[in-house]
Design a protein around this ligand. Structure first.
Ligand SMILES: Cc1cc2nc3c(=O)[nH]c(=O)nc-3n(C[C@H](O)[C@H](O)[C@H](O)COP(=O)(O)OP(=O)(O)OC[C@H]3O[C@@H](n4cnc5c(N)ncnc54)[C@H](O)[C@@H]3O)c2cc1C
Length: 488
């Protein structure tokens, strides 16, 4: 089983031997651009969690929960406080291969899950671009995949969960039991309590392959038309745009749509459903994949990335009318895991991602504006990824009936100020379009934005629940203090 290259090595605490005086260490966001510090303690058992909450209440400490540490934002950072790592709580507690219902501890990763169930024909209903995220982190952020428009978010497949509140109380929650907490804790970015078990309904699949269509789109308008044209026949939709293209080429790129194979379409499901047939290649272009980030390093600058974006677009034009092929579920889903530690190729300043979610009526024009703004300010994103979304019933949802564009920016000492100013300017365009942001990715949002993004009633309800679940304000993160600064 591949280990998580994203994990740091936090101090280990045994269930009853919890030491909250661990030295403070540097705690980085996934993309390394946000740096904080904290005392990292690790829980491998719910009793440890309970004990740590109790000690934090007694000693007036604050705690940030950490799953597998894949957030680009400051969602698991807690300057000067405790960072409670739950990655070690990763056991599958119950599995029913007839219904596809799994109950697991929160630290279970997507990768460990599909490797355990695919052979029996079950795949996670929603997966992120990395398989290293944990169920706890995915539930807390209510993560989405390339199938958000069709299957909704990770939270929509959670049948029930148990959450340990900072008061020490434990609650079982589902859409019908403690439902207010169910709809608020999913997407509640770890501010209401710690999930101790999560029950999820998996997706039945008849093959380990998906049928993929690659569509070349010559500009942003064509990318939007592509979704409308294919939406009724596909399960997945994801686009890549050349971040450097301007003028009439602005937003040119490749859209990948995919669908599950129906029963009987795969001549050899016994083989394709084997986890071994899904594993990502060990070598890329002849390089061992573990060293690939070093090979990429000289290209991760404006000139190199302009060339890489152009080369990717030109190579897609080999099939100007599209291209159909079959690909393993893992290879299609976890493109970002092909090159371990690719984030290191961005250099010491790391990267941030600016991902906005915009209602469909305004998305195309607003994304043209955001890309143009980046070019005008001379701070150009190196990667643009495009998805289609739908609304969901969770209190602080980021999803809209519309689209998202994720823009990856390299951060350097020199561009940091300009990048944060650009983000503030782009926020205005996103607000004007009725857009939203996603706490797993956001690194720049200011507290003034909070009430412009979510309805007042939702924020008030969330903060009331926080007071009930966490009256001493133990659960805190740098993200919470940054975005909710005007409310706390
Ligand atoms: C390469 C890459 C690709 C990605 N692609 C996508 C994508 O396609 N779609 C998408 O939606 N996201 C995506 N993400 C973001 C990622 O899915 C989220 O940040 C997710 O929350 C990460 O899970 P984690 O286990 O690493 O959680 P962490 O980053 O460790 O924590 C995330 C949040 O969950 C809280 N938390 C963690 N464990 C618990 C718990 N047991 N109980 C309560 N709260 C808890 C933390 O306090 C924190 O607020 C991607 C990230 C990376 C690095």
């Amino acid at each position: 089983m591949a280990s998580n290259p994203n994990s740091q090595s936090p101090a280990l605490a045994r269930p009853w031997n919890v030491d909250l005086t661990e030295p403070r260490i540097r705690v980085e966001s996934w993309g390394r651009a946000l740096v904080s510090d904290g005392r990292v303690v690790r829980a491998t058992h719910p009793d440890t969690l309970r004990k740590i909450f109790e000690m934090a209440r007694r000693d007036h400490r604050t705690i940030a929960l950490r799953g597998a540490g894949n957030s680009y934002s400051d969602a698991f950072q807690n300057r000067g406080g405790l960072v409670l790592d739950t990655a070690g709580m990763d056991r599958i507690l119950e599995w029913d291969s007839t219904t596809g219902i799994v109950r697991s501890e929160p630290g279970l990763t997507i990768g460990k899950m599909w490797r355990s169930t695919l052979q029996e024909g079950w795949w996670p209903p929603v997966v992120t671009g990395t398989m290293f995220a944990s169920f706890g982190g995915l539930a807390a952020m209510n993560a989405h995949g390339k199938n958000n428009f069709k299957r909704g978010t990770f939270g929509e497949h959670i049948v029930e969960f148990t959450i340990l509140l900072p008061t020490g109380e434990e609650k079982r929650c589902s859409p019908t039991e403690n439902s207010e907490l169910y709809y608020a804790a999913i997407g509640g970015f770890g501010m209401l309590g710690c999930f101790t078990d999560i029950t999820l309904k998996m997706k039945k699949v008849h093959s380990g392959l998906v049928e993929v269509d690659a569509h070349v789109t010559r500009n942003l308008d064509e990318a939007f038309q592509c979704f409308e044209k294919h939406k009724d026949h596909i399960d997945y939709f994801v686009g890549w745009f050349d971040a450097f293209a301007t003028g009439g080429d602005l937003g040119r790129g490749i859209i990948h749509t995919a669908r599950y194979l129906r029963e009987g379409e795969d001549p050899n499901p016994g083989m394709t459903l084997q986890p071994a047939s899904q594993e990502l290649p060990e070598r890329i272009l002849g390089f061992p994949k573990s060293l690939m980030w070093i090979a990429l390093r000289p290209f991760v600058n404006d000139m190199g990335m302009r060339y890489i974006n152009l080369a990717k677009y030109i190579s897609s034009r080999v099939h100007p009318d599209g291209h159909r092929y079959r690909q393993s579920l893992a290879a299609f889903s976890f493109l970002l895991d092909y090159v371990p530690n690719w984030k290191l190729s961005y250099g010491p300043g790391g990267l941030i991602q600016y991902q906005s979610f915009i209602p469909k009526e305004k998305a195309c024009e607003t994304y043209k504006t955001l890309i143009r703004m980046s070019h005008e300010r001379g701070v150009i994103p190196y990667l643009l990824v495009f998805k289609r979304h739908r609304r969901d019933p969770f209190l602080l949802t980021h999803a809209v009936d519309g689209y998202s564009l994720a823009m990856d920016y390299r951060v350097t000492e020199k561009n940091r100020g300009a990048l944060w100013s650009l983000a503030a300017e782009m926020d205005e365009a996103v607000h004007a379009a009725g857009g939203r942001f996603y706490f797993a990715k956001d690194a720049t949002l200011r507290s003034e934005s909070l009430r412009r993004i979510w309805p007042k009633a939702s924020i008030d309800q969330f903060l009331n629940l926080k007071k009930k679940c966490d009256p001493d304000g133990i659960l805190q993160t740098d993200l919470f203090r940054r975005v909710f600064a005007n409310e706390i």
